[in-house]
Design a binder for this molecule. Structure first.
Ligand code: AHG
Ligand code: MN
Ligand code: MN
Length: 327
């Protein structure tokens, strides 16, 4: 089947691209394609809401907390509702893991897929008109269709992902995803409301000069992280940190760089969540020729033991991640 596929040109609509590449999936019943379309559609709705921030009353805190005990923003909650609704409709998803819900959400027992999602990433940037994102991972369920969901379905290693991606609500809105056959980026053409292929077969430069880390926490970094940061400074690197993981990752993917979120005194296991932040980006990084580790092992090899587990995270250009690890 591989031979029937042709490389589609820049400007190809996302729907056509997904259809054209459907035969790359091991299980080609079209459900995964439908899931990607559902996510794309929900992201357009979220994009519309985000663009209204400042005009209507959707900025600021909800007054409630998420799974990690952090303040939920109104848009966090709204994005979670939009994606949950979109993913419930088609019946392809049996369970949804979200940053915004303590336990996973049981959807259709006959669904074949498990999704982990950070509906809105970088929520501290919502109120200040700075780029934010959505991150998602898609897995096949392990238990037989129709039976109750088990931990084996939910707590899968990142290497089991069948697809992963992110949406970046930035100066333009982009959807970047992989199904394990390279990484492709689509830009939302706002007047058409269509994602079109703008970044085919994305590759991260093997080396880069950008390092992205919240250096405000540097007093509590390990000596090895401090040593790596010193190396960056001694070697003419430049610091860029937005504080939205998706945006920082995306810039480094295009330009070459490393994103670091190590263990700190406040977050001894790091701050970022393995299941709906790190796994997807590590998968994309690897598919683009880069690396993602926790400082010791590949992120994709880590066996999750709980839904909201955190991990230190080093991701980006291969040589930079290797150098950070060697420190
Ligand atoms: P979220 O908004 O989904 O909770 O994620 C925030 C994350 C991530 O986007 C970002 O890179 C990181 O938190 C920033 O943390 P610091 O403010 O500690 O730098
Ligand atoms: Mn996040
Ligand atoms: Mn979030």
């Amino acid at each position: 089947m591989e031979t029937s596929r042709i490389a589609l040109p820049i400007g190809t609509a996302l729907d056509r691209f997904i259809k054209n590449n459907q035969d790359q999936f091991q299980y080609t019943s079209g459900e995964l394609s439908q899931l990607l379309r559902d996510i794309a559609l929900a992201s357009k709705v979220v994009n519309r809401e985000i663009n209204k921030a400042g005009l209507i009353d959707i900025m600021g805190a909800m007054g409630s907390q998420n799974s990690g005990g952090e303040q939920q923003q109104k848009l966090d909650v709204l994005a979670n509702i939009r994606f949950t609704r979109a993913l419930s409709k088609g019946g392809e998803v049996c369970a949804l893991i979200s940053e915004e819900t303590e336990s996973y959400v049981d959807l259709n027992n006959h669904g074949k897929y498990v999704i982990a999602i950070d509906p809105l990433d970088g929520s501290s940037n919502i109120d200040v008109n700075v780029s934010i994102g959505t991150i998602f991972s898609i897995y096949r369920r392990k238990s037989p269709i129709g039976q109750a969901i088990t931990d084996r379905d939910i707590l899968q290693k990142g290497e089991e992902q069948v697809a992963a991606g992110y949406i970046l609500y930035g100066s333009s809105t982009m959807l970047v995803y992989t199904t394990g056959h390279g990484v492709n980026g689509f830009t939302l053409e706002p007047s058409l409301g269509e994602y079109v292929l703008s970044h085919p077969d994305m590759k991260i430069p093997v080396d880069g000069k950008i390092y992205s880390i919240n250096e405000g926490s540097s007093n509590s970094f390990s000596t090895s992280v401090k040593a790596y940061l010193q190396f960056c400074k001694d070697n003419g690197h430049t610091a860029r940190y937005i504080g939205s993981l998706v945006a920082d990752f995306h810039r480094n993917l295009l330009k070459g760089g490393i994103y670091l979120y190590p263990a700190t005194a406040k977050d001894p296991n790091g701050k970022l969540r393995l299941m709906y932040e790190c796994n997807a980006l590590a998968f994309i990084a690897e598919q683009a020729g880069g690396k993602g580790t926790d400082g010791k092992e590949r992120i994709l090899k880590i066996q999750p033991t709980s839904l909201h587990q955190r991990t230190p995270f080093y991701v980006g250009s291969a040589n930079m991640v290797e150098k950070a690890e060697s420190c």
